[in-house]
Design a protein around this ligand. Sequence first.
Ligand SMILES: Nc1ncnc2c1ncn2[C@@H]1O[C@H](COP(=O)(O)OP(=O)(O)OP(=O)(O)O)[C@@H](O)[C@H]1O
Length: 258
Amino acid sequence: MTNTNAILSLKNVTVKVRSDNGSETEILKNFNLDVADGDFITVLGANGAGKSTFFNVIAGTLPADSGQIFHAGQDITSVSAEKRTAFLSRVFQDPKMGTSPRMTVAENLLLAAKRGEKRRLLPRHLNSKMADFERITAAMGNKLDQRLNTATENLSGGQRQALSFLMATYKKPDILLLDEHTAALDPKTSAELMQKTAQRVNEDHLTCLMITHRMDDALKYGNRLIVIDNGAVSHDFNRDEKAALTKDKLFSFFDAEA
Ligand SMILES: Nc1ncnc2c1ncn2[C@@H]1O[C@H](COP(=O)(O)OP(=O)(O)OP(=O)(O)O)[C@@H](O)[C@H]1O
């Protein structure tokens, strides 16, 4: 049975990979997690711990070998990645991943606005959305609103990542996966996008999981922090426990696990 209050649950999820010599390795091992509606969970873990694999099974881009995944109480273990985009979006580390390079900023936003609908891009659709696109891009504070008619490939990395984030959140997904989405940006741009991210997540009451290697961000943002080690959740801190954490304490978990 699953926790019916959870918007997302992973129950004993195992993912195995087969190497060329035929041997099998479990990269997620009986992975269990209940995510409550409105949780903002920061996800830490060493390189190779299984964080991206965890996101891949939630998104459906990698099948689980055993176990189950539930969305709002519904078993979605066999639902395709494409169908999961109706309630789930993801932003990747690479600014090139989330957007169509030859399309303008406004056209990309229109794609996001029409997700789950027929995807024909008609000028009248664009015209009717333009004021909204101006509003949400201006709110990012990085002059993206002045580049609505620019091809996305000509944006800065920070602007492109801000656009990916706006596209992922436009339709208020039930589950937002942020996979080191600020890691490729310079410190100032990264901090700005992180602050806008938190603002949007809070204002829209989004349920969000964010992988990061930045301990400061993992501590500063969200109401819950998990550590993944060796394909499973090794630590799960609630709001109060997280508030009492320090960077040194977090480092000690990694040292102890090494
Ligand atoms: N398709 C695959 N085939 C073989 N091994 C894989 C595959 N996908 C992941 N792995 C291995 O599984 C382990 C977990 O990988 P994963 O990318 O989930 O880790 P991660 O925690 O996201 O790491 P990082 O912080 O470096 O991004 C790694 O050892 C990785 O090499």
